[in-house]
Design a protein around this ligand. Sequence first.
Ligand SMILES: *[C@@H]1O[C@H](CO)[C@@H](O)[C@H](O)[C@H]1NC(C)=O
Length: 379
Amino acid sequence: MKTSIILAALAATALSAPAPAPRPQDVDFSSLEFSSDDLSTGPEFGATKESIPVTKPATSDIIEDIKEDPATPIKKLRRDIKAILKRVPGDCAPQPINNGPQFINLEPTPWQEAVEAAYPPTNPSTLGPYKKVFDGLRGSVNQIGYRGLTTIHAYDINACKTLCDKKAQCLGFNFYVERDPSLDPGDLCPNPSIITNYKCTLWSFPFLAGAADNIGQTRRQFKVVIAASVGYVKPYDASNLANFTSYGQNLYGSINAPLLDGENSYLGVKSYPNADVNVDYFEPAVCAAACDAQTAYNSRHHASTPCQYKACNFFDAYVVLKDGKAQGLTCTLYTWTWDDSYAVNGGQTRSDGVFKVANSYTYTNSRLPAPPYINTCPV
Ligand SMILES: *[C@@H]1O[C@H](CO)[C@@H](O)[C@H](O)[C@H]1NC(C)=O
């Protein structure tokens, strides 16, 4: 279905487009500054159940963060890598028993082979609105947007899907089998016997196979390993926002706008989480707040064109994935509404990674009049 929409869009462009217009907008995905110091990227080994609330940003922080015209070179922000939480040294406490199928007394590789023989990578390619993005991997998802973990008592991807269905902001789930210790490994029990756990993690950003790179950990002498890991993502359910109308569709890529009568309609890009605003779920309303804040900023800083400033009337909210991992929420802001045929930027290959665009949704200012330029001089 998606292909036919794209083809239709391409055909429409081919018929109506004049000579290719220059595309002055060049969002270099590798230069987007994301920083997620305070945000969790996945479960700790040993976790058997947890639920992580979303980090809802304050509108005042989004407004405060519009400190400059983002079309100017993006300033370098502080970027600290979040230290991976280390568990306290083990005390040999018994770990919760999982009464699902067990694969006991197996060393890591034979354990993985036995699990893979029992649960081959033949999970369905779709589950309702969810699309399978990987199967049969030996790693679990590790990226921002972690929404919690539930231990299930069987290899049951539908149980995991149901948890995502019920969880607000859930856009994907990862179900996997983990070789865990029966006791918290410590001085007196450096290599306990095995529990096989069936784990379901929920995510509020989409991912691809590259995100499943958490391949285990050695705790004392016990090797935690993973097998039969499968990932599914579903589209965002877009609806209208206050003052912005949604176009609804998950577009092929992000918008790449040409000049409009020689003027640049592109107002710049904002990425979240950043040093000032924490956002760890896909929330186009954040882009709407940024769009309005950009208009307000421009109205206060229009000295070079005293009677005109550019208003934000349209935005594209999307996710940039780097090597399969969501980097966060990206918003590109425009003075002018562009239709789906301009959603052509599906990704980029840069020296530091392969960047892909997912969940691209556009919104237009529904307040009228919403001209691309607003005259601020008294008549
Ligand atoms: C919608 O626009 C009106 C008029 O500009 C404004 O007063 C109101 O705060 C806006 N609503 C939101 C949620 O931003």
